[in-house]
Each structure stands twice: as C-alpha cells, then as structure tokens.
Ligand binder design. Structure first.
Ligand code: BES
Ligand code: MN
Ligand code: ZN
Length: 495
C-alpha cells in the first residue's frame, strides 16, 4: 500500500472512494460536510435513515457521481466527540477493509479529521500508514501459489489542508520507514529455522548494511574463541550451524557521541538442547530470533529516517540443538566477563548468548544498552500477549522505554529487579547457575543478565509474549520495532 498527501478541494475530488469519519453516530467531519454538499446531501440523508451503527468501525457505503467521488464510505468512530486511540484504529482498519472489499484501487481518506483524545494530526496520519501496512502485509514467499489479488487499496491519499502538507509529508515518510523496518523484522521472524540460520541473519545484516551504509562486521567462532566467549559458544556446541556475532553500526549523530546499543537474542531455533522441549508447539521456537530481527528492523527504520543518533546493533546468533557434542546439564563454562556459569538447564540458552554480547558491548562505551529477547515462557504467564516485559535498574531509562511504548502503541510494563530475586541463581559449583527455579522466572532471568550489564545504563525487554501470535493467525508481529524506533527518535530529539 502506498501513501501520499493530497491538498485539494474535497468538492473537486475524482476518486473511487472517500473515507469519511462520523462521530456521535451522525456528525460529519469538516471536509465530510463539504463532500456531503457536493454530493447533494447524499451523506446526511443516509445518516438520517439511521443505518450507520454508532460503534467504532461500523461502515456505510454511499454511492456518488462516478465522475467525481464515486463512493463514500462513512466510518463511525464511536459515540464520543473525541474517540479513543483504539476506536480510531478500529475505524481505520474497517474503512480500509471496506475499500478493499469494494475492489477500489485507490481511495482518499478524511479519517484524520476525527478527533482522537490526546493525539495530533501527525499521529493520526502515522496510524493510518501503520494500519494500512499491517493489512497489506503478506508472507507468501514459501508458497508455490502466490496471492494473485493485488493489495487494495493500492494507494491511499491523505487529504490535508495545504498549510499542513509539509509536516504531513514528514509524518508519513517516518511512518513508512517504520513500517519498512517492522516488515523486515516480521519477514525474518516468519522464515523457518532451516532457512533463517545464524549465517542467514548475518547475510541479512550485510545486505542492510550495503543498502543503508551501515558498518557491518561478523564475528566467527574463531574470533569468539579468542575473545573467550565461553557462554555464547556453549549454546552453539550442539549445532552443525556455526554461531555468528553480528555487529552493525549506524552513525547518524556527532562522531564523538556515545552510541545506544541494541542487543538481540538470535536463537534461530531453540529445541531446548539436551534439556529438550516437548513436541507441542516446538515449531514456534523458530521465532526465538525475534529479538535479533527487531534490532535489524529498528536499524532499518532509523537509517531510512536518517535520525541524528549513533546506534550499535549486536546480534548473538546460534541454534540450540542436542547432540553428542552439546552442552550437558551441570556443565560449567566461563563467560567473556570471567564469571563462571553452571548450566543447570540447557533450555535457558538466551541469557547465555546475551551475557557475552553484553560484555562485548562494553567496548562501544554506550550511553545506554537495551537487550531484546524472547527470553522466558514465564513472561508470557505474567503479562500475556499485550505488553512486553521491561526490566531495568535505571528509572530514567525505564521511563523512556515505557513512554516510547505508549507513544508508539507497542507497550511494555516494568517488572521488578530486586537483588533478592537474584539469590535464586546461587550455585554450589560456579559463580552462578543459569536458572533460578519456576518462581518469578522472567525476573531471575533478568537478574542473570544484570550481572553482565554493570558497566552501563541497561534495560532488558522480554518479548516472549509479544513477538509473535500463535494459533490461526500464527506469525511474527514485528514488535518491538515501533517501541525501539520511538525510543531512538526521542533520544535523537531531546525535549
Ligand atoms: N525461548 C525460550 C522462551 C520461550 C518459551 C518463549 C516459550 C516463548 C514461548 C527460552 O529459551 C526458554 O526456553 N526459556 C525457558 C527457561 C527455563 C528453562 C528457566 C522457559 O521459559 O521455559
Ligand atoms: Mn530455551
Ligand atoms: Zn530460547
């Protein structure tokens, strides 16, 4: 779906379809009223019959002059004068669906004329791009029969006053860049483990680097051995696929400015290793690299936006497989930090690869580090599928991420990180164990990571519940690319 800003008189429109917001069940927006007049009162007449339900997302089709606005789709935003974010999103989705069902190739939207509580024009434009791109998203590259129907509408014209057109253009360009980044993360997440291997992720990073002028470096097993990354390497031992530590650098800020580092868990398939997972839903463990995918997606968005900020992306990529060489429960390894780890459960592998990536991040002297990981099933139990888990000892960093999540519609929720929880990691044989028992499993996992993140301002996002959907709609969500991108936008333009 393509988007463009249009500034012309609504009476003069020539289009297959106009999307018109209606509040309170019968109140047309400003341009909606002008269109109604141009259509000889057809819109108000239809509303007067009472056929448009008040519920946000209800629609009513009205035909007009085929040589002008051939159709108008009235879209209800609910009973309030200013609707909620959710109601607006529902209205946009319904309006675009209806336009698509009518097989319109293009449409003009007036939906941003609806009042939305606490939201400005730029937000309403961005939201239409986000919803449109989500509806248009397809993943059929592995199907021999591709979807033959084109995406409809193929183009959405957003009608704004001429005075608003420059900022509106900028808002739409940013929203498109974000959607491109989100789609990249979704594509990588949806690819199966036999295609999206650690080497594939490294290649995807290189491609991104070439397209957007990022510096990309891939550390191979040999180099990781030289760096004494015993924790990361212990996870890769059972696999035939060599591990990769991918380093991407986007330098949009002043040369001397410390970068923000994003570290993604890139387990391209998690069988659990010797602590093998049960068969049910194990296929979903191809999504265990969604943290890594979100790092690539965010860098793509940030680079396309040309944000004035420096960002380092680190991807700790490996498979987690059982084999005769695999790490065994009880094995003790030495991490790059020098701390020793007793691996009591080989299925707690995410924290092991992240530990060494965190230590590696020290060399960039980052102003802040955020790691992103599908880390624990316990986080899904705690927060379900709506909010990602946020852990940080820093109130200011946590607040910045909470705000970015709220702002971008990709929310997270702060979880505790008290020292006391970390006591569960005590080992009789090493500096710590890699698991702390069932109680507070997402918190003890975060406590483990905290021991490798003492050198900088750090936060951890557990995206186990938000990175993909299960069931009939199974597929990657692209989260938390919107949250991370908004966080970097906010950092690049301090208040
Ligand atoms: N990748 C999983 C976490 C996961 C499981 C995410 C299910 C989403 C759905 C992670 O590597 C893992 O296996 N974690 C274990 C930790 C446990 C052994 C302490 C878990 O959550 O069961
Ligand atoms: Mn695991
Ligand atoms: Zn995992």
């Amino acid at each position: 779906m393509q988007f463009s800003i249009k500034s012309s008189a609504v009476e003069a429109l020539r289009t297959a379809c106009v999307l018109v917001p209606v509040s309170h069940g019968s109140n047309l927006s400003a341009s909606g009223k002008a269109l109604d007049e141009a259509m000889g009162g057809a819109l108000s007449a239809a509303l007067a019959r009472g056929d448009l339900q008040h519920k946000a997302g209800a629609t009513l089709l009205v035909y007009g002059d085929a040589r002008k606005a051939a159709r108008a789709v009235l879209v209800a935003t609910g009973d309030e004068a200013e609707c909620s974010e959710r109601a607006f999103t529902e209205a946009v989705r319904a309006g675009l669906r209806q336009t698509g069902a009518l097989a319109c190739d293009e449409a003009v939207s007036l939906l941003h004329e609806a009042g939305v509580k606490g939201k400005d024009l730029a937000w309403k434009l961005r939201q239409q791009v986000a919803v449109g791109r989500d509806l248009a998203y397809r993943f059929d590259r592995l199907k021999s029969r591709k979807e033959t129907q084109p995406v409809r509408p193929g183009r959405l014209h957003l009608l704004v006053a001429r005075a608003d057109s420059a900022p509106a253009q900028a808002a739409v360009a940013r929203a498109v860049a974000l959607a491109n980044g989100t789609d990249l993360a979704r594509d990588l997440g949806n690819l199966p483990g036999n295609i999206c291997t650690p080497a594939y992720l490294a290649e995807a990073a290189r491609k991104l680097g070439t397209e957007f002028k990022l510096k990309v470096q891939v550390l191979e097993r040999k180099q990781m051995e030289a760096l004494k990354m015993g924790s990361l390497l212990s996870v890769a031992r059972g696999s035939e696929e060599p591990p990769k530590l991918v380093v991407l650098q986007y330098n949009g800020g002043p040369a001397r400015q410390a970068p923000v580092a994003l570290i993604g868990k890139g387990i391209t398939f998690d069988t659990g290793g010797i602590s093998l997972k049960p068969a049910a839903e194990m296929d979903e463990m191809k999504f265990d690299m969604c943290g890594a995918a979100s790092v690539l997606g965010t860098l793509r968005a940030v680079a396309e936006m040309k944000l004035p900020i420096n960002v380092v992306g680190l991807i700790a990529a490996s498979e987690n497989m059982p084999s005769g060489k695999a790490t065994k429960p009880g094995d003790v390894v030495t991490s790059m930090s020098g701390q020793t780890i007793e691996i009591l459960n080989t299925d707690a592998e995410g924290r092991l690869v992240l530990a060494d990536a965190l230590t590696y991040a020290e060399r960039f002297k980052p102003q802040a580090v955020v790691d992103i990981a599908t880390l624990t099933g316990a986080c899904v139990i705690a927060l379900g599928n709506h909010r990602s888990g946020l852990f940080s000892p820093s109130d200011s960093l946590a607040d910045a991420l909470l705000t970015a999540g709220r702002e971008s519609g990709d929310p997270c929720w702060r979880m505790p990180l008290d020292e006391e929880y970390g006591e569960a990691l005590k080992s009789n044989f090493a500096d710590m164990a890699n698991v702390g028992g069932r109680a507070g499993g997402s918190i003890t996992a975060a406590c483990f990571l905290a021991r490798f993140a003492r050198q900088f301002d750090w936060a951890h996002l557990d995206i186990a519940g938000t990175a993909w959907r299960s069931g009939a709609q199974k597929g990657s969500s692209g989260r938390p690319v919107p949250l991370l991108t908004q966080f970097l936008i906010d950092r690049a333009t301090p208040a």
